[in-house]
Ligand binder design. Structure first.
Ligand code: BGC
Length: 750
């Protein structure tokens, strides 16, 4: 392959090579028939195909060919089911093959920094580990079909406000531990064919022109082998972008970008080798795509619809089930309320919009499932406006009063979950909140179904007995809702994001969406549950939370080692038993807590999860393998992941706030951190260094203090005293000759 590529590249003119680095139309690369280079097609993604045959646009405005609309990532993530996500990926890959698409623009693995982000429905989680694990499976599934994935939006693209020119300012540890980690795991595990460079800047540099991000981190550190494509229109200075490792500009820029590359090469500002490397990476993917084309490919839309239904059912989260109101009996008088019942919200707005092969309807699915029940419907609110309509509310009250139970469909209308805009608040439209309050006046048995792309506030929480979070569940969502409401499926989703009580509790509240064209991530690594844990705020529903129609018991936590080095792994096992009389699936979560750390760390972090299926009464052994990365933080001096020697706790939970089992392990670092000592170091900094120990003991003894005393000035304890004395003080107070001080520093730094 390499030789073939070299041969082709050396036979291409400079102009031809440059032309390959820029798109043709909205969705294609250029074909160069003289060199037998075909054009390939890249289209959205991520949860369904959006292949446009007619007018092209990258905002999801014009029609595309029919394709299966799977649940959006926000929902799919709540399945915590790696295999299921991979199967959805396989189906997406099959549809790409059938439609002659070579690269699917997805998945999106950006972290949900704020629930306000209008594109959260396209992203998996607030947690980088969960996000990267599921992202990797999505990519593997798609690519198993000989179709490339395009992992997006690299990187730190966490809001829509001013998305084209936003400068995200954040520190290196936060970048590595939260925002890049979600990409890193996915790239290392699944090697996507392409990565999409985001619109925004990071610390002043556009992602598409960012040498550190693209060449140093993505390629050198993580070993990414594919090509980097720009988000649509994300390139400013094409020559700078090319030298930073941004290979393909999409869509084309009417020759402007190519001209900049040619000028830079002719001026000697850009080397032809840099261009050749980009061309080689693009050609490698083009030929791989070409070799993998399945010419007669077709897919079974019904089978994919069934998979979409299975995925939707596993993605939904049962948030509340007071008095076991769910599952409902398939009999009696049931009120179905809310415009979404007949006209559901099932996907987000923007470039990911899919033209579904078919669309299930909640009203029909529910009424057909419970044929013996008597249903009454009321619209309750209008989808066109948030204004309250008294007549609709009165009608809903009447219908609810005449029934034994009221199912109310609420959610976010399209303008709330949309690419290009962020929400301003976390409330449902006023007319929906008021409807629930009004129905609660006449009916005690209320079940709420929420259709939304991200967390909402629930002021009516205490008025509803049952709450089912259905997210934007795709074209087969309605059937899945009916399956869960009537118990044909046991809910098994758990939240992949925290639901806050109110907006002001969210970690980025003060700094979202920033000022002017800049946003500072001042909350640092404290994103999602890391924040709520640390500041001890009770969320509405915590990360990892979700109910089932059965219950599970956890027992017998054990480790194969109680002490390891950071180059070893520990095998953690426990037993989980289904205590109820229904089969179900449980998501077991493993968190790690660093008991003592010299850097500021979260209370705990998710480092493992398994989803297991259990029959009534069945018990299974769950195993986790936990290695260095689970205990490490990103050490900015070392520029690497580092484990600080000490005790860690391994916590096993049903959610981030319901830890059932825990035990301690000691992890020893194999890396020695070299500290740099200067005249500004304090005695506290050097106190454990072997050559400083006798010096400090003598000094303390000279002051009449020993190890245990608190006899410093103002009763200061020994440590505070040592931390308040700089080495420089010995120089300024002439208490130590300069030579001796230099000798001491030399010894400390050796
Ligand atoms: C979006 C991408 C999308 C692309 C092509 C951009 O505006 O940010 O996610 O893949 O358009 O439609």
């Amino acid at each position: 392959m390499k030789r073939r590529l070299n041969k082709i590249i050396s036979s291409m003119t400079l102009e031809e090579k440059v032309s390959l680095c820029s798109g043709v139309g909205a969705w294609n690369t250029i074909a160069l028939p003289a060199h037998e280079i075909p054009s390939i097609m890249l289209t959205d993604g991520p949860h369904g195909l959006r292949k446009q045959m007619g007018a092209q646009d990258h905002m999801g405005m014009n029609q595309s060919v029919p394709a299966t609309c799977f649940p959006t990532a926000a929902g799919l993530a709540c399945s915590w089911n790696r295999d299921l996500v991979e199967r959805v990926g396989v189906a997406l890959g099959e549809e790409c093959q059938a439609e002659g698409v070579q690269i699917l623009l997805g998945p999106g693995t950006n972290i949900k920094r704020s629930p306000l982000c209008g594109r959260n429905f396209e992203y998996f989680s607030e947690d980088p580990y969960l996000s990267s694990e599921l992202t990797a499976k999505h990519i593997k599934g798609v690519q198993s079909q000989g179709v490339g994935a395009s992992l997006k939006h690299f990187a730190v693209n966490n809001q829509e406000t001013r998305r084209f020119n936003l400068n995200v300012v954040l520190d290196e540890r936060t970048l590595r531990e939260i925002y890049l980690a979600s990409f890193e795991g996915a790239i290392k595990q699944a090697q996507p064919w392409t990565v999409m460079a985001a619109y925004n800047k990071i610390n002043g540099e556009y992602c598409s022109e960012n040498q550190t991000l693209l060449n140093d981190i993505l390629r050198e550190e993580w070993g990414f082998e594919g090509f980097v494509v720009s988000d649509w229109g994300a390139v400013s200075e094409r020559d700078v972008a090319l030298s930073a490792g941004m290979d393909l500009e999409m869509p084309g820029s009417n020759g402007v970008g190519s001209e900049k590359i040619l000028n830079a090469i002719n001026n000697g500002d850009l080397s032809e080798e840099t261009l050749d490397s980009a061309v080689e990476r693009i050609l490698t993917v083009i030929f791989k795509a070409q070799e993998n084309i399945k010419h007669q490919a077709a897919y079974d839309p019904d089978a994919h619809h069934r998979l979409a239904r299975e995925a939707a059912a596993e993605s939904m989260v049962l948030l509340k089930n007071e008095d076991q109101i769910l599952p409902l009996r398939k009999q009696g008088k049931i009120a179905l309320i809310g415009a979404f019942t007949k006209n559901p919200r099932y996907q987000g707005a923007g470039s990911s919009r899919v033209n579904p092969t078919k669309l299930d309807n909640p009203y029909l699915e529910i009424t057909q499932k419970a044929k013996e029940a008597q249903f009454k419907y009321a619209k309750g609110y209008s989808l066109e406006t948030d204004q309250i309509n008294v007549d609709l509310i009165l009608e809903a009250q009447k219908v609810a009063k005449e029934s034994e139970v009221a199912i109310i469909f609420v959610g976010l209308p399209e303008k709330y979950d949309a690419e290009g805009v962020d929400r301003k608040h976390l409330e449902l439209p006023n007319n929906q909140n008021l409807l629930i309050e009004a129905v609660a006046e006449v009916q005690k048995n209320i079940v709420i179904v929420i259709l939304n792309g991200s967390a909402v506030e629930m002021p009516w929480l205490n008025k509803a007995k049952g709450i089912l979070e259905a997210y934007l569940g795709g074209q087969a969502m309605a059937g899945a809702i009916a399956d869960i409401l009537f118990g044909d499926k046991n809910p098994s989703g758990k939240l992949a994001e925290t639901f806050p009580m109110k907006l002001s509790h969210t970690p980025s509240y003060i700094n979202f969406p920033g000022e002017s064209d800049k946003v500072e991530y001042r909350e640092g690594v404290f994103v999602g549950y890391r924040h709520y844990d640390k500041v001890e705020i009770e969320p509405l529903f915590p990360f990892g939370y979700g109910l089932s129609y059965t219950t599970y018991e956890y027992s017998d936590l054990s480790f194969n080692h109680k002490e390891i080095s950071d180059s070893q792994e520990v095998i953690v096992t426990l037993k989980v038993k289904n205590m109820g009389n229904r089969a179900g699936k449980e998501i077991v979560q493993l968190y790690v807590r660093d008991n003592e750390s010299s850097v500021i760390r979260p209370v705990k972090e998710l480092k493992g999860f398994e989803k297991i299926e259990l029959d009534p009464g069945e018990e299974k052994l769950v195993t986790f393998t936990v290695g260095k990365r689970a205990f490490a933080y990103y050490n900015v001096d070392l520029m690497d992941w580092y484990v600080e020697t000490g005790e860690f706790e391994i916590l096993i939970g049903k959610s981030s706030r319901e830890i059932i089992l825990k035990d301690t392990i000691v992890v020893n670092s194999t890396v020695e951190l070299k500290k740099k000592y200067t005249l500004d170091s304090t005695l506290g900094d050097i106190k454990t260094h072997p050559i400083a120990v006798p010096f400090i003991s003598n000094l303390l003894a000279g002051m009449g203090l020993d190890d245990s005393s608190n006899g410093g000035p103002f009763g200061m304890d020994k440590d505070s005293l040592l931390n308040s004395i700089k080495l420089r003080n010995f120089e300024s107070q002439r208490t130590m000759p300069k030579d001796m001080l230099n000798e001491l520093l030399k010894g400390l730094n050796e």
